[in-house]
Design a protein around this ligand. Structure first.
Ligand SMILES: Nc1ncnc2c1ncn2[C@@H]1O[C@H](COP(=O)(O)OP(=O)(O)O)[C@@H](O)[C@H]1O
Ligand SMILES: [Mg+2]
Length: 457
């Protein structure tokens, strides 16, 4: 397979002709050939070849061709020569998401900014668009995609099914409904790589990693849907536990339970935007209160050994490791943010009063001269964890956001793996460059999955 980068132009010629510059003819091994099959996304069209005398790598598509395979615009993209006489233009990348309304200027809700950044960076060298599940026409195998125009606004264009899909569907609930399950299966059936498959559940991840001897030591002891007796036992043994909803996020519904000899049991949690702390004389009164607050929903909780995190100014800190697969299919820790909990807060979430700082700064305050080594080790652990999750998962994963804690003994702990990690850490001034690198990694990995990256054999 050969891969080359070229400029695609449009001409008004109505015929099914492509004009190919000399060096491109040679590159694509088309010299002497009369015709070529052009492929774009899921579309194919035969075209007559007309060599032209022009330096550089240029491809001029007559309008019959351009309309036939629905090339959205001229620009610099890749060409991949497939079997004899077949050339693929692309890649055509689809970013799947959704929004609360069908508003034309803000179709992807709070994700619109990120999606525009992805499209802006991606359209320099690929065809990239965003779409919602409603924009696919499975009968014609086309998508009414959102592209970005020169002015940075969305513009709708009908294109073939993409070569790869980056999944950013925002709703956990919608994602398990039959239409979305069917949508994914349809992509898979057509052999269109689709990542990431879906949100993770905490208990699935803990269960998966506990069984893996390479990484089980990084997972705090966890019990899924524990009985009150099991919660009590865990609390007896660790004196601090986290009690959290299996498919929760943003710290919602999380309790930090502790047992202090002679004093009783304590529950810290977030209530109506404030931190609450309750004391109980007995374990059963603690459990009664939790049951009164959540009822049967407690069945969807996980009880987990609590880790005593390193602290700054008396506030615990943990870390977000934003992991990506690169253009060579390897995991990389692309962005790392240290999150300092708000005073009295159970979690380090920014919306609960937490603050973000560069990891070097947080670690040097906690570990002094050992900070570099601790960070290096944590990065390696995060990569090992990502590889482990990937190896036990049936579907493609290209991005994971880990919540990682470090204790005073420099031990690394994984609290959560997010399949569709938020991007708030990249708003911090010192992490802007990492934010761009994150977008670049997504694009690189799309190139890899769509086979528009050379692979080492
Ligand atoms: N076992 C634990 N020990 C110590 N802190 C924890 C533990 N589990 C969670 N936390 C803290 O609570 C935060 C939120 O927990 P997480 O499992 O990431 O749930 P969520 O889905 O709500 O983000 C973590 O980032 C960490 O600060
Ligand atoms: Mg989390």
């Amino acid at each position: 397979m050969s891969l080359t980068y070229c400029n695609v132009h449009f001409t008004q010629q109505p015929k099914r002709v492509v004009y190919v510059s000399g060096s491109l003819m040679k590159n694509l091994k088309l010299s002497g050939k009369k015709s070529v099959n052009l492929k774009f996304g899921g579309e194919r069209i035969p075209a007559a070849i007309k060599p032209i005398n022009k330096p550089g790598k240029h491809l001029y598509l007559a309008s019959g061709i351009r309309k036939g395979i629905k090339i959205p615009n001229a620009g610099s993209v890749f060409l991949r020569s497939l079997t004899e006489g077949e050339v693929q233009i692309g890649p055509l990348i689809g970013v799947l998401s959704d929004g609360p309304t069908s508003s034309a200027s803000n179709p992807f809700g709070s994700r619109t900014g990120f999606i525009k950044q992805l499209l802006r960076q991606g359209s320099k060298q690929t065809y990239i668009f965003a779409f919602t599940p409603r924009d696919i026409n499975w009968e014609n195998e086309t998508v009414n995609g959102y592209f970005l125009n020169e002015a940075g606004n969305f513009i709708r264009k009908r294109v073939p099914l993409p070569d790869v899909v980056y999944n950013r569907l925002p709703s956990r609930r919608a994602e398990v409904t039959p239409p979305i399950t069917q949508l994914r299966e349809r992509f898979i059936r057509r052999k269109i790589p689709f990542f990431n498959w879906s949100f993770f559940n905490k208990s699935d991840i803990y269960r998966m990693l506990e069984k893996d001897p390479l990484v089980s030591r990084y997972v705090p002891e966890s019990i899924m849907s524990p009985s009150p007796e099991q919660v009590r036992d865990l609390l007896e043994r660790h004196s601090l536990i986290y009690y959290k909803p299996n498919s929760g996020s943003l710290g919602n519904g999380i309790y930090r339970l502790s047992r202090i000899a002679k004093s009783g049991y304590y529950a810290r949690y977030r209530k109506n935007g404030r931190n609450a702390l309750l004391r109980f004389g007995s374990f059963s009164s603690l459990m009664r209160t939790l049951q009164a607050r959540h009822g049967r929903l407690l069945n969807g909780y996980v009880a987990q050994q609590g880790i005593r995190l390193i602290e700054i100014d008396g506030c615990p800190i943990d870390f977000r490791f934003h992991m990506h697969k690169n253009g060579r299919n390897q995991w990389v820790a692309v962005g790392i943010g240290a999150k300092k909990a708000g005073r009295g807060s159970v979690t380090t979430h920014l919306k609960n009063g937490g603050s973000l700082l560069p990891p070097e700064q947080a670690l040097s305050r906690a570990f002094g001269g050992r900070a570099d080594e601790v960070l290096r080790n944590a990065k390696n652990v995060a990569i090992t964890l990502a590889e482990a999750i990937e190896s036990h998962h049936q579907h493609l994963i290209g991005e994971i956001g880990f919540d990682i804690g470090i204790d005073k003994d420099e031990k690394i702990w994984m609290f959560e793996a997010n399949a569709k990690p938020g991007r708030s850490i990249f708003k911090h001034p010192s992490l802007r460059a990492e934010g761009r690198a994150s977008v670049d990694h997504i694009l690189e990995h799309c190139l890899y999955l769509s086979k528009f990256r050379r692979r080492e054999s």
